[in-house]
Each structure stands twice: as C-alpha cells, then as structure tokens.
Design a protein around this ligand. Structure first.
Ligand code: AMP
Ligand code: MG
Length: 336
C-alpha cells in the first residue's frame, strides 16, 4: 500500500510517500519546506505568517514528494494528513489541500494526530520494537509521556502543565538574545559551559508524570537581571549548560520512573528536542547505570522535527480511513 502524507501543523510544510507492507514501512520520499528563517526575524512563530507560508509551499512540496517517489494518482492508495494539534491557519492549509486531492483522486483520507506522528517516527524502517514501551514526546509545543502496551495501544501518562521543554529552551534563548529556535544553539553553547547555576528541576520527583518548565525561564531571567545590575555580561555558555542540564535531568528522571513502574522493554523519543545529543547521552548513561538493558530508540534527526513521513507512519499503523467530507482540522486535539 502506498500512502501520500501531509504535515502542516506549524511552520514546516511536509509531504512524504511511504510504502507499507504489513508493518514494514519504507520511506520513498520525505520533503520538508520550512518558514523558520522568517520566524527567526520575529523571535517566534506568528501564526498568520506561518499559515501564509504554508500556502506558498504546499503544492510544490506535494509535487516534489510525488516526483521523488515516482508516484501519481495511479499508484497512491491513500492520503493522510495532520488534523491537529497545531495552529489553526497552518492546519487548515494541509487539511483542505488533502481533502481536495482526495475528492479529485477518489481516494480515502486517514486523519492523523500530530503527537502520534512523533511517536510513530520510531517505526519507520524498524520492526522489532519490544512492548510495553514508554514514549516521550518532547518538542516546541509538547512534553508528554505515553505508555504503549502494544504497537497500537497508547495511554497518556502525563504532560506539561505550562511550557513545553522546547518552548522553555526557545524562551530562554530569547532572554539571552539567541536566534529562534534556540534549542540547537543552546546545545552548542552548553558544550563549552558548566551547570553552575543549578536551576530548579520542577516536579522531578513528583508522584505523577507531569512536567512544568515555565519556572525555569523565570529563574534564568532573575540570574540575567542580577548580572545586569552587577554590570556583568551573562555567560551564555554556563547559562545554556545549566538550563539544558536542568531540562535533561527532569526528562530523563521522569521517563525512567515510568519505565520502571510499567516494566517497559524499550524507550522511544520523538519531537524536535529529541534531536539533542546531550539528552540522548544522558538517557544512555542512566539506562546503563541502572542496568536496565533496554534500547533507547530515537528517530533520525530529520524525523525528530516536524515532517510528513511520521504522519504517514502513524496513519499506516494506527489510522482509520474515512472520506474527505468527514475530516476537519482540530487545533485542540490531544491524546484520546
Ligand atoms: P518541533 O516542535 O518538533 O518541530 O521541534 C522544534 C523544537 O525543538 C524547538 O523548540 C527547538 O528549539 C527544539 N530543538 C530542535 N533541535 C534541538 C536540539 N538540538 N536541542 C534542543 N532542542 C532542539
Ligand atoms: Mg511537532
């Protein structure tokens, strides 16, 4: 079965063609256009601007994904599209475009939850994931822990009560005058710095699986203010290392707590922050020191940030097809 998937939930326009044979997924094309350079000028995503960029890219990106995979109306069996969560203007571009293709080509559509996409990015060209598994979705908009009892069973355990981990990095970056999105830059600066500030690790030992990262940026703000009033320039390397270490500590501690409680046999990461090597290294270190002997699965970097291949994977493995007139964008969609 060949599926054309589209992702437009935020500032990336993605289209991908996936060939599925049972549970084996083969990526035939994965095209992403990003409007990030535009948003770095404004220090964050302006929803209206993101939607306008989606409109510019959507048809060329779909066309390229079809060409690269040598696909057309004749050999595409199904379509898939992200219906939420995300920015309504951006979502509408993808959803309405795919509806038009489905109507014209007389093909079914599979509506996909973007968060499921981040988890199922781990299933592309991999078949041997052992269950139960714990999945951590960690991105610019989300921080969620999910229990998977099987490849089609997702149970939400907890999530952030305020800022997502990536959002905390991006907002810290803004305070420090770094370009948006700040995650990769903070990772680079942190390599030369030390965790000297010992910022708070909110909810790290709470009994639930919730997260809270908004207090962290307030702590950074206070530290920067102190340096300002003392006439000192903030040491970007040390602040970056301190913020990154605090976030990584919380993410790893909570994920491993869930791993132990549910006897998980694998840990899956997904979302843009999963591209962070320090996070991956800390996971590997703790898994070894706890003698857990379970694999940490992380998608390739270009499958961590928003892309349509992950939407095609989720559609193939857990999606339910329907007709074009039953699909709607839903910015508030969550785990259900
Ligand atoms: P997403 O929301 O999945 O598209 O991912 C974007 C988020 O991932 C932004 O908040 C980025 O700052 C963050 N991000 C991307 N690369 C890295 C990295 N190497 N380290 C930390 N955060 C990152
Ligand atoms: Mg995302």
């Amino acid at each position: 079965m060949r599926i054309l998937a589209v992702e437009t939930s935020c500032d990336e326009t993605g289209a991908s063609v996936i060939e599925a044979e049972g549970v084996t997924l083969r990526l035939l094309s994965n095209v992403v256009a990003t409007s990030l350079p535009l948003h770095s000028k404004t220090g964050g995503v302006i929803p209206e601007a993101a939607a306008r960029e989606q409109l510019k890219y959507i048809i060329p990106v779909i066309k390229q994904a079809l060409e690269e995979s040598k696909s057309s109306q004749n050999n595409i069996d199904k379509l898939a599209v992200t219906v939420g969560p995300g920015l309504i203007g951006s979502l509408l571009v993808g959803v309405e475009t795919v509806k038009a293709y489905a109507y014209a080509w007389k093909k079914p559509i599979i509506p996909v939850n973007h968060l499921f996409g981040h988890i199922y990015a781990n299933f592309i060209e991999k078949r041997d994931i052992e269950f139960p598994a714990i999945a951590l979705v960690v991105s610019g908009g989300h921080t969620d822990l999910v229990l998977m009892k099987g490849s089609k069973s997702l149970k939400w355990l907890g999530g952030t009560r305020d800022d997502a981990a990536g959002e905390a990095l991006d907002k810290t970056g803004r305070l420090l005058g770094l370009p948006y999105p700040a995650g990769p830059k903070i990772e680079e600066l942190a390599k030369k710095g030390k965790d000297i500030f010992k910022f708070p690790r909110p909810l790290m030992h709470s009994a639930d699986y919730d997260f809270s990262f908004s207090g962290l940026k307030t702590a950074v703000f206070r530290e920067v203010q102190k340096m300002d009033s003392a006439g000192r320039a903030p040491n970007l390397e040390n602040i970056s290392a301190s913020v990154q270490t605090a976030i990584v500590d919380v993410l790893v501690t909570k994920t491993l707590k869930a791993t132990k409680e549910f006897g998980a046999k694998s840990i899956l990461l997904g979302g843009g922050v999963a591209a962070n090597q320090t996070l991956r290294d800390k996971f590997e270190l703790e898994i070894r020191s706890l003698k857990l002997k379970i694999p940490l699965l992380v998608p390739e970097k270009q499958l961590c940030t928003d892309n349509a291949a992950m939407i095609g994977a989720a559609a193939t493995l857990i999606g339910k097809e329907t007709s074009w007139d039953k699909i709607q964008a839903n910015p508030e969609l969550y785990f259900d």
